[in-house]
Design a protein around this ligand. Structure first.
Ligand code: SAH
Length: 370
């Protein structure tokens, strides 16, 4: 093995994850390789191994000089996630993984196989600062932002697991990624957009996923929504609304104190105008809290006031979190809520709640050991 200098740029930063290939853009990769005494074209070889073959094993990198492989992998693909536990549900079709990060922060991701697709729910922050009272992660507070590498590694490892037949049997291609794990993705914008680029860039520079199959879900950080709209990557936007009126939303989604319902909906509409991508409105149905017929009416009115064909609503039965005084709406009330929206021409589909028995469903991701 050749001995190479330790590079300041690649050295671990205290309390932060070390730099990873997936954090770097093209120019930075070529620079890093030059500093390691390697030609710039190795960036493409490494990208092919990582994004296309899903490997960081030096033994797989037979197109690289044997003497340099260990060093290149050590410098550019430091291990960021260590597997702690894995729980399965739905006959192996849902897998929740608990990861340990370099500073011992713990995060979770959930992989779900459907007849027509496989979806990974990724975490963008350790904890979350948004403090929504019905959400398990919201109760933890924010520990820190994940790096792009830490987000992309969740995807690579899940894609590899699915490809290798570890998701209920046959090999499966990971087709969808939703930023609906722990954290508020638009509060960690730089890392999230770097990860989104890695997801949607064609191989070998990325995983080559379709932008429409990547969903960024937000509490409604308006400046972040507008910025995302300007990136030229038409990912699907999900807005976690949960109430059509400010009085209630102020209590369910505390950031509503900063950006009101109408401002969040206007930003969502601008997102549609910029990308042509129909926006999803997320609405956790909480018994006797936000599931009233008059709220369904008001929601439909506010959505229709902003035009036709730009939005659909995804009601989600609340997954009660430990100690929560709230529970899911009565199924009849849920049906009535859906009926009213549809009657007003709003496409509406109830979100299925996979993995609730392994605390892997929406809003349940929190680390029990804490
Ligand atoms: N911070 C982002 C993404 C993470 S949560 C956001 O809020 O959109 C992904 C979705 O799960 C959001 O719509 C969130 O409001 C919802 N959710 C949170 N807790 C839930 C719960 N207990 N039951 C059902 N959905 C929940």
């Amino acid at each position: 093995m050749t001995s190479l200098p330790t590079l300041p740029m690649l050295a671990p930063r205290r309390g932060k994850p070390p730099r990873h290939f997936a954090d770097l853009d093209q120019v930075e990769r070529v620079d890093a390789l030059k500093q390691l005494g390697q030609p710039g074209f190795r960036a493409k070889q490494l990208a092919t191994h990582y994004y296309d073959h899903l490997t960081v094993d030096p033994a797989d990198m037979t197109d690289l000089p044997a003497a340099a492989r260990d060093t290149l992998v050590g410098e550019l693909f430091p291990p960021l996630l260590t597997h702690v536990t894995q729980l399965t549900a739905d006959d192996g079709a849902t897998v929740k993984t608990l990861w340990n990060l370099i500073d011992n922060a713990k995060v979770e991701s959930v992989l779900m196989k459907y007849p027509d697709r496989a979806t990974l729910c990724v975490t963008s922050q350790a904890g979350c600062g948004m403090a929504c009272p019905f959400c398990a992660t919201g109760q933890m507070g924010l520990t820190r932002n994940l790096s792009a590498g830490e987000i992309v590694e969740q995807v690579r490892l899940a894609a590899k697991q699915a490809r290798d037949g570890e998701l209920g049997g046959d090999p499966v291609r990971l087709s969808n990624v939703v930023f609906m794990g722990m954290g508020e993705p638009l509060a960690n914008y730089a890392a999230v957009i770097t990860a989104v680029r890695a997801l949607t860039s064609p191989a070998p520079e990325g995983f080559g996923m379709s932008a429409r199959h990547v969903t960024v879900s937000t509490v409604g950080l308006v400046t972040g929504i507008d910025r995302l709209a300007s990136e030229g990557i038409p990912v699907t936007l999900a807005l976690s609304l949960h109430a059509p009126d400010d009085e209630l939303r102020d209590t369910l989604v505390p950031i509503n104190a900063r950006w009101k319902v109408d401002e969040a909906l206007d930003a969502a509409r601008r997102y549609f105008d910029a990308t042509g991508r129909r926006v999803s409105i997320e609405y956790a149905l909480i018994r006797d809290i936000n599931d009233h017929a008059h709220r369904a009416e008001l929601l439909a009115k506010k959505l229709n006031a902003r035009g036709d064909g730009w939005v659909h609503v995804n009601p989600i039965p609340l997954n009660p979190t430990p100690g929560s005084k709230w529970t899911a709406s009565d199924p009849k009330v849920e049906q009535e809520f859906v009926r009213i929206l549809r009657m007003h021409g709003i496409p509406t589909t109830i979100r299925d709640t996979r993995g609730s028995d392994i605390d892997g469903a929406c809003g349940q991701l929190a680390i029990k050991e804490r």
